[in-house]
Design a binder for this molecule. Sequence first.
Ligand code: 7PJ
Length: 276
Amino acid sequence: MQLDCAGKGLDLRRPGVMGVLNLTPDSFSGDGLATDVGAACERALMLEAAGAAVIDIGGESTRPGAAPVSVREELARVLPVIKRLAPQLRVPISIDTRQAWVMREAVAAGAGLINDIAALREAGALKAAAELGVPVALMHMQGQPRTMQQAPNYADVVADVAAFLGERVQACREAGIVDGRLLLDPGFGFGKTPEHNLALLGGLPTLAALGFPLLVGLSRKSLIGAVTGAPVQARLGGSVALAVLAAERGARLIRVHDVAETVQALSMLDALTAIR
Ligand code: 7PJ
């Protein structure tokens, strides 16, 4: 399974890592990359050297409680970095956005994959993705970032998320986006309690059975805090464990902040898989 991301390959035959490059000023990694294009590019090159298969660039904070940003602001954050970085990276850049215009500008600047937490539900997004021709990750989210953690509610979280993702696949087909360009993501933490997140982790094989490569993001998320009490800056162990558990249950791309550690952990899973 090799995806063509605007000329750069993304190999999903074995679980790989998507490295996070967060260009929002309130990023909870607190790395201050939002205001320094040079530092952001250096960080991306480090993530590639550490083994990331794709670099995910985002300019809108979507953590619980976050307010939306304007398209103009989002573009100002991501475009200079994508433009400078694309020619320097061997691996593809993914653009983490819900906005159709950001998708268009980012792909024109060199991004090769769309990572949309709203699964192409915002105005114009389906059309933009269809016209751009790059692969798209469709993520499940209940509600909106500002309020999504207030009262998450499901009849059966695995079945509900599977049904939603199935509907979005159908919407993509109708818009002319072929199945081979799609990845699916259950959206850990996006309108989910810790129990919902655990049920989804356990239910990943059911979601994998939909027949699309699965992307998951668990890195440093509040589930780890809920289980262990660890604050966000001390969740490396939990993040690496969740990456391995997700990969074992069928995830093909793991979105993480700590690339080197996760790549090393996944190598061990790979070694075990090779002898089975
Ligand atoms: C995810 C994401 C995720 C995808 C974020 C954070 C919040 N994109 N963007 N999946 N999470 N596809 O990193 O904690 O889980 S931002």
